[in-house]
Design a protein around this ligand. Structure first.
Ligand SMILES: NC(=O)c1ccc[n+]([C@@H]2O[C@H](COP(=O)([O-])OP(=O)(O)OC[C@H]3O[C@@H](n4cnc5c(N)ncnc54)[C@H](O)[C@@H]3O)[C@@H](O)[C@H]2O)c1
Length: 281
């Protein structure tokens, strides 16, 4: 019960990582104010929580909605101790030589401005709360190419630097700020990006999640609860000396080329040799 008597705000709370985090923080005693655009999912989550999770429809692209969510938390409980700025989707998938200005802006609003404004409107309610902690969801896509479309990756590395800047500026209020870089986590984000209708989502997830099970050194793939555990750690007093950094929770997907951990994958050098050999024949 590390969070007994504490108030947490979680965005993107109706599904995946956000939902698992709401459940984890509530299980450890927090009152959770949960925001999402998905009213059906959010209401279902709140309904099964014995009043520990309060849902409010929130579009993180709308600054008024973010402010209203933070104000609701403070009004219900007197202040905010933990914020998890997590809502997101893949955004515009166009390559950099084709993306529209609107697609670029929409992706930045959803993934980067939302986090900045989440901090902006939470902090007035966090000052003077011992152990106050903000956690932001970035991605391994912030660490290199190959994990996501460009706009998403750029927004996510923005989240890493935003977390550092905020940690520096908010240190005087004893508010810690960190980010998490999840790897391939089995949630609805991939089916949503492919616009799979809700009724077909479970079937699509079986296929997508099977890929996730094989994608990294740790077998079985990442679960939303793996990220929720890291949020709970960063939000807790056990992480009191950690601020302005990011935690990579990826089952090792960023270790390096696949052959470095999968003996059945062709070594990169071998493939290059084969390629050169074939070209010479
Ligand atoms: N699943 C992964 O492999 C993975 C990897 C790295 C980072 N992430 C990040 O984790 C976060 C959570 O994603 P997830 O994997 O749990 O996906 P998910 O689709 O299961 O959950 C995302 C939630 O965010 C909500 N959302 C989307 N747009 C919103 C908006 N404008 N306002 C409010 N809520 C909105 C959705 O309704 C959904 O409930 C995202 O920021 C995502 O970029 C996920």
């Amino acid at each position: 019960m590390r969070f007994a008597g504490k108030t947490a705000v979680v965005t993107g709370a109706a599904s995946g990582i956000g939902k698992a985090t709401c459940l984890r923080l509530a299980e450890e005693g927090a009152t959770v104010i949960a925001g999402d655009i998905d009213e059906e999912g959010g209401s279902e989550l709140a309904a099964t929580s014995n009043g520990k999770i309060i849902f409010k429809r929130t579009d993180v692209c709308n600054v008024d909605d973010i402010k209203a969510l933070m104000d609701l938390a403070a009004q219900k409980t007197g202040g905010i101790d933990i914020v998890f700025n997590n809502a997101g989707a893949v955004g515009d998938r166009a390559p950099i030589d084709e993306i529209s200005p609107e697609g670029w802006d929409r992706t930045m609003d959803l993934l980067l401005r939302s986090v900045a404004m989440g901090i902006r409107y939470a902090v007035p309610h966090m000052k003077g709360r011992p152990g106050a902690s903000i956690v932001n969801t970035a991605s391994v896509a912030a660490l290199g190419a190959g994990y996501s479309p460009s706009a998403y990756a750029v927004a996510k590395i923005g989240v890493l630097h935003l977390s550092k800047m905020a940690a520096a500026e908010l240190a005087k209020f004893d508010i810690r700020v960190n980010a998490i870089c999840p790897g391939f986590i089995k949630t609805n984000i991939f089916a949503s990006a492919l616009e799979v209708p809700r009724e077909n989502r479970d079937a699509a997830n079986v296929v997508i999640h099977e890929v996730a099970n094989q994608a990294q050194p740790v077998k079985g793939g990442g679960n939303p609860e793996d990220i929720a555990s890291m949020v709970a750690y960063l939000a807790s007093n056990e992480a009191r000396f950690i601020t302005g950094t990011h935690m990579v929770v990826d089952g090792g997907i960023t270790i390096g080329p696949r052959h470095s951990w999968d003996e059945n994958a062709p070594a990169m050098f071998d493939s290059v040799q084969n390629f050169v050999g074939a070209a010479q024949e």
